[in-house]
Write a protein of this length. Structure first.
Length: 155
């Protein structure tokens, strides 16, 4: 009888440990997915922002409709990465600095600044004025760089 009770206790402990391990693995998978989500959003945003940069620098012909579409895409994408900065995502394949979680209010403020600035960039781009686009682009790039300097490790 005692052996049966000991065996049952050992089995209960083993199941508890296995369930905990499964929960930890699930948590890690959620963190990995969140990191993938934010990296994908930033990659896409960078792609469309680079297209605008090429236009602003004169390496790509100015096409008002295409510039407006690219800026609108950047605006939309600027809303996506932030949910990927969930607890547990400070480790893993990421270039995010720990300061994001230590200075969370400042990080959130810069994210909001970026979203506001991309709205302005999109508005200006829709106007079709290349001179004004250059100014709005520079302001948007400055907001991006402010966040990168504080919260992103360099490759």
């Amino acid at each position: 009888m005692r052996r049966i009770i000991c065996s049952l206790c050992a089995a209960a402990v083993l199941l508890t440990v296995m369930n905990g391990f499964g929960a930890a693995q699930a948590q890690d998978r959620k963190a990995e997915q969140a990191i993938k989500h934010r990296r994908a959003a930033f990659t896409l945003m960078s792609t469309y922002f680079s297209r605008l940069l090429q236009t602003v620098d004169g390496d790509r012909p100015f096409d008002a409709k295409q510039v407006a579409a690219d800026a609108k895409t950047v605006e939309m994408l600027s809303r996506l990465p932030w949910e990927g900065f969930a607890p547990g995502t400070e480790r893993g394949e990421t270039r995010a600095k720990d300061d994001i979680w230590l200075e969370e209010d400042r990080f959130k403020q810069l994210a909001q600044d970026l979203q506001r600035q991309t709205i302005e960039l999109s508005r200006v781009a829709a106007g079709g004025d290349l001179v004004q686009l250059k100014k709005a682009f520079t302001q948007t790039r400055d907001v991006c760089n402010a966040c990168h300097k504080s919260f992103r490790t360099q490759p």
